[in-house]
Design a protein around this ligand. Structure first.
Ligand SMILES: C[S@@+](CC[C@H](N)C(=O)[O-])C[C@H]1O[C@@H](n2cnc3c(N)ncnc32)[C@H](O)[C@@H]1O
Length: 481
């Protein structure tokens, strides 16, 4: 077996003298161990594939999804018992600077007044949707995403919070979260948000290395990040998360290791380590990156292996795909109990719930329907001026979609699925599953599929077997390595 260690420097740690079993290739691997990999296998697995934040994936949704279909879904949701909590997502697209790595749909501006107008329209959108929910207005989850939600001034954040609490009841145990960029976020904003009841905070970090930061146009010091974490913790935020990205230009195993050490010294409760999605056709500003310095293939995977090992050594455990958490964090506990969940915002320890979303690009997920808003501000405003929901596309999920969604979610969250009585419906998938078993990604026992440590790293490849739409869309996705 050719180790990619030979070609690209140490990917896995040397077997420890105190742990002779580490070098035994026949020994089953534990969940928290970086798998043995060959270059040939990596090459075979490195294909374009969805990240499965939804199933069916967005390219499958169509623009003939009409607002009546979302209203019907909201009416159905409203007919359910009022004590069943729902989720609310609010998209705030503004950023002060363009980070050139960024794959998100953002509006770059230095004018805070632009958010005033946007807030006017968020309120209009809420007022079109919320009446359909009837009495079902208890929020169990709230998430502000972006863009950068803390682009909003304190007065604007206060206005937004009033708009939410005037229309919904926030449950006392609700998970109330937001994404922030530590560079633009003040202590005072964090304290204000905590006073509203926000209890989860996710910070964009990406990489601490100055050369990488310069390459991706995102300069952020370790100190300002550490200070914001300390302040958020002192205010009572739990589950502090860092977003990191591997595969950014100029990242080397050494520079990345230093970043990881600095992250561990700050000790977030959770870390997401995303694979850099390089999609220059979709995001032309990514062409400004030093493209020749972007690590790919085995070199990129080495970076993920380095993060995996550094975090496991540092006391975090792998969660689903790309995520890590301290053992005492509720995500780790949910994983141990087999009840980890996933939504458009990431992993959650809470059960999946109907989620109403507002703002440009926002996606509602209600009663088996997905509905996404337009990305352009002018179109968003125009629709609402005309009294129409600003929808771009959507989908009504069939029974088959719902079943495959359940399988894919189960694999992506808990690393296992029992097809049960459905196993016979997936006879066509058996050769692909047998290949995955041969490659060491899964173990199959009857109708049950368990991912191995290797399969958990490449869980997108396992999930792809159950994707009924994959072939026609494959070119639109980032690569799985
Ligand atoms: C919309 S950002 C929100 C946080 C905030 N705006 C910031 O930049 O700190 C959400 C996260 O998406 C991830 N992300 C953005 N572009 C990405 C890309 N091209 N590939 C992988 N992850 C990406 C980053 O880790 C980022 O923190």
């Amino acid at each position: 077996m050719v180790s990619i260690t030979e070609a690209h420097g140490p990917l896995t740690r040397d077997p420890r003298p105190s742990d002779p079993e580490r070098s035994d290739p026949g020994r089953p691997q534990s969940r928290d161990e970086w798998p043995r990999l060959t270059e040939a296998l990596i090459a075979r697995l490195d294909v374009p594939g969805p990240r499965y934040t939804s199933y069916p994936t967005v390219p499958e949704w169509t623009d003939d999804f009409a607002e009546d279909q979302l209203y019907a879904a909201l009416d159905e949701a409203g007919a359910r018992p009022a004590d069943q909590p729902i989720g609310l997502y609010v998209h705030l697209p503004f950023c002060e600077e363009r980070c050139t790595f960024c794959g998100c749909n953002v509006v770059v501006t230095r004018d805070p007044a632009r958010a005033d107008r946007y807030l006017d329209y968020l309120v209009r959108e809420l007022d079109l949707m919320v009446p359909h929910l009837g009495d079902r207005i208890r929020l169990g989850q709230i998430h502000l995403g972006g863009g950068t939600p803390t682009f909003l001034t304190e007065a604007q954040l206060t206005r937004l919070w009033r708009a939410v609490t005037d229309r919904f009841e926030v449950l006392p145990d609700a998970e109330v979260a937001l994404e922030v960029d530590p560079v633009v976020t003040t202590f005072s904003q964090v304290s204000l948000l905590r006073s509203f009841g926000f209890n989860r905070i996710s910070m964009g970090v990406q990489d601490f290395d100055p050369q990488v930061q310069e390459a991706v146009h995102r300069v952020q010091s370790v100190e300002e990040t550490a200070d914001l974490v300390a302040h958020a913790r002192a205010e009572g935020f739990k589950g502090v998360n860092f977003d990191l990205i591997y595969g950014l230009p100029r990242q080397t195993p050494e520079s990345w290791r230093q970043t990881l050490e600095r992250v561990l010294a700050i000790s977030p409760d959770r870390a997401a380590v995303y694979s850099f999605a390089y999609l220059p056709e979709l995001r032309p500003h990514q062409k400004r990156l030093p493209v020749a310095d972007i690590p790919t293939g085995p070199a990129k995977l080495t970076l993920l292996g380095t993060a995996f090992e550094a975090f496991v050594d540092g006391g975090l455990q792998p969660i689903g795909m790309d995520h890590f958490a301290k053992p005492e964090d509720e995500l780790s506990q949910a994983l141990a109990a087999g009840r980890l969940n996933r939504n458009f915002q990431g992993y959650s320890a809470r059960p999946a719930i109907d989620t109403v979303s507002v703002g440009v690009t926002a996606i509602s997920d209600v009663m088996g329907r997905y509905a996404q808003n337009v990305p352009q501000l002018n179109k968003y405003y125009k629709s609402l001026d005309d009294g129409r929901l600003p929808l771009a596309r959507g989908m009504v999920l069939s029974e088959d979609d719902l079943r495959r969604r359940w399988i894919i979610n189960s694999l992506m969250c808990n690393g296992t699925v029992d097809l049960g009585a459905h196993a016979t419906d997936f006879a066509a998938q058996m050769p692909a599953l047998a290949q995955l078993a041969d490659d060491g990604l899964i173990e199959q026992q009857g109708s049950r599929i368990d991912t191995t440590p290797l399969g958990r790293i490449f869980v997108r490849n396992v999930a792809m077997v159950f994707d009924a739409y994959l072939e026609k869309n494959q070119r639109r996705f980032s690569r799985t390595v």
